[in-house]
Design a protein around this ligand. Sequence first.
Ligand code: HEM
Length: 155
Amino acid sequence: MTEEDIRKLSYLKAVTMESLRRHPPSHFFLLHRVIDEMELNGYALSKNTIIYFMVREMGLNPNMWEDPTEFKLERFLMGDHREDSETFDITGSREIEMMPFSIGRRICRSYNFAMFHLEYFVANLIWYFEWKLVEGDDVDLNEEMDFTFTMKNVL
Ligand code: HEM
């Protein structure tokens, strides 16, 4: 699978995005600090207030996502339910719907590289191997906190 092949695979991109929405590796980020007094959604924040972003909860916000706990690729298959046919804005510069790579000034420096790497890895695993579920064995999607969040039971 070449980079050129992978750029054309919108279904693969949707799988990656939906996985990052449903299971972001970082449920919350490093601490961020308000540098000036400000108001946010009616809340007064004083200077030096420490902020946490609840990344996982954003991806599960029912005001933003229909059936948030369901794994639905349609969310990211463009030209479907989205009014515009632009690609999903993972940087949050239009609207913040989820932020697995953070947003703004401290956004992951490598979000493009990381996205490509995830797609490249999955595409090649699927290309080279035949995947079957072992009979009687369900995939356990429970997570556990390590440096990032990972699958609790891999086997
Ligand atoms: C799935 C893969 C990745 C995810 C989900 C991810 C997520 C994030 C997040 C959420 C932050 C912001 C942390 C914060 O503000 O507290 C961040 C920052 C950063 N990431 Fe990533 N990252 C990924 C892969 C990578 C890779 C592969 C690299 C480098 C090769 C990288 C380099 C960085 C750097 C340098 C920052 C700091 C940016 C700054 O503070 O200015 N990340 N990442």
